[in-house]
Each structure stands twice: as C-alpha cells, then as structure tokens.
Design a protein around this ligand. Structure first.
Ligand code: NAD
Length: 250
C-alpha cells in the first residue's frame, strides 16, 4: 500500500527492535523515512532496504544539538519517538543516577524532539507524533519496573498535553503502550533474569506467561500500529495511549 505517500517520517532508535520495524513498515507504505539511532552502525543495512525510501543518520536522543540538526534535516510530517531504556528494579533499587538517565532518555528526549519538530509541522499544516510509552506505565504495574513505569507514565501525560495544545493546528500526538515485544534488548533482559533465577528457560517462561496470549509480540505487530497512527486514517484520534499488549492489561 501507499498509506504514507508524500509523508516524511523521522524515527529515533531505528537501529533495532520496534524502531527498526517501524522505519521499514513506514517506508513500505510510501513514506520518505529518516531512520536514526545513536548507534550509526546499526543503521547501515537499513539504507539499502527500500530503494532510497530510507535515509539513515546518527541522532543521539540525549543531545539537543543532535536533535535540532536531525529535525532540520528531516523536516518531518511524522515523528516517531521510539528511544527508551528499561531500568530493572523496585523503588528500593533505584539510584539517583538511574532515575536521571531514564528520565533524560525516556522523557526529556521526546520533549526536545517535539519542541524542535512542531513549529515546522504547524507551518506545513499539520503532522502526527507517535511517542513510545508502554503498557507498563499508568496502564499497569509490572514487577521491577519502578523507574521504567514512572517514565512511561510521564510519556502519556506529555502526549496528552501536546495533543491539547496543538489540536487546532493540525498536529496530532498519540502514544503507544506495548506489552512485551521481542527485540534485542528484550533478549538481554531475559538473559539477565535467567542468570538471577539460575535458568534461562524459567526466565523466558516468566516473561511469556505474563502475556495472556502465551506469547510476546513481534516488532512488526507494533509497527502496524505506528503506521496507522502516522497515517491520515487515524485523523480523528489524538491525545490517547493506544494499548497493544496481547491482553496483558485487559
Ligand atoms: P531495543 O531496546 O532493543 O533498541 C533500542 C535502540 O535504541 C538501540 O538501537 C539503541 O542504539 C537505541 N538508543 C539507545 N540510546 C539512544 C539514544 N540516546 N539516542 C538514540 N537512540 C538510542 O528496542 P525495543 O525493545 O524495540 O525498544 C524500543 C522502545 O520501545 C523503547 O522506548 C522501549 O522502552 C519501548 N518498549 C519496548 C518493549 C519491549 O518489550 N521490547 C515494550 C514496550 C515498550
């Protein structure tokens, strides 16, 4: 299909996982995609993936200068803020440094990309912003996700605020709240829990069994929701957390 024909889409953290799958899915729907990541090496093979539909460059979502440069280059109609980090631990196992890092990457980065991108969107008559939250947020609590869930709840609040302020200027702002999704960093989390539990299989079972469908999501299943929210098909939705969690919070 060509559901995103004529749109320019900027994606952060497109090197792997959901960001990568979304960059590919949006390019397949005809968008000119700007796939970015702090790890430029992870982007290398994306550039050849869709006959020039994907342009790749390094963008550090923790660095305001890098964000401003990237937004100026992409002039996006669609902004997918995907960069984020999962801190492991309860309220008692969170350090000040962990807190500051997570809020910088998971929340402040999105504020900065939005503040850089929105004036251009308004000038061009509108745009669609998709922020990465999580089912683990204000939707549902998950074990050992104290800092993570707190940052992802903040993303929902930030999304609603931006949606309200720019609704009359044609800029929509939604966020997505996935359950557990198979990705390189998820595999690392399973491995780490496996070491804690003394068994990789037990850790895998713990992650999978909390998903009522008995499986975790594929990144492509989340990318399909990103495409919908990026496209004009979703023109009547803004300010919403879109939960896509295999029934976890249901
Ligand atoms: P991932 O964690 O495997 O990959 C993350 C990517 O982010 C990497 O390519 C990394 O280089 C990049 N990155 C790290 N720091 C960056 C920075 N400062 N600037 C730009 N890029 C940076 O991918 P994932 O698991 O698909 O997670 C992507 C997003 O989805 C995160 O925000 C995560 O919290 C969220 N999420 C993931 C799951 C899941 O189960 N995997 C569930 C819900 C939400």
């Amino acid at each position: 299909g060509q559901r995103l024909a004529g749109k320019r889409a900027l994606v952060t953290a497109a090197g792997q996982g959901i960001g990568r799958a979304s960059a590919l899915a949006m390019a397949a729907e005809g968008a000119q995609v700007f796939a970015t990541d702090v790890n430029a090496a992870a982007l290398a093979d994306l550039a050849d993936a869709n006959q020039g539909q994907i342009e790749v460059f390094e963008l550090d979502a923790m660095d305001d200068a890098s964000i401003r440069e990237g937004v100026a280059r992409a002039a996006p109609d669609v902004l997918f803020n995907c960069a984020g980090f999962v801190h492991h631990g309860s309220v008692l196992e969170a350090s000040d440094a962990d807190w500051d890092f997570a809020f910088s990457l998971n929340v402040r980065s999105m504020w900065r990309t939005m503040r850089a991108a929105i004036p251009g969107m308004v000038e061009r008559g509108g745009g669609s912003i998709v922020n990465m939250s999580s089912a683990c947020s204000s939707v549902i609590g998950a074990p050992n996700r104290f800092i993570y869930g707190t940052t992802k709840a903040a993303v929902i609040g930030m999304t609603k605020s931006v949606a309200v302020d720019f609704i009359r200027q044609g800029v929509r702002c939604n966020c997505i709240c996935p359950g557990t999704v198979e990705s390189p960093s998820w595999h690392e989390r399973v491995k780490a829990l496996g070491e804690e539990m003394g068994s990789y299989e037990a850790a895998l079972e713990a992650f999978v069994s909390r998903q009522p469908m008995g499986r975790v999501a594929r990144a492509e299943e989340i990318a399909a929701l990103v495409v919908y929210l990026a496209s004009d098909e979703s023109g009547f939705t803004t300010g919403q957390p879109h939960v896509i969690d295999g029934g976890w919070s249901g």
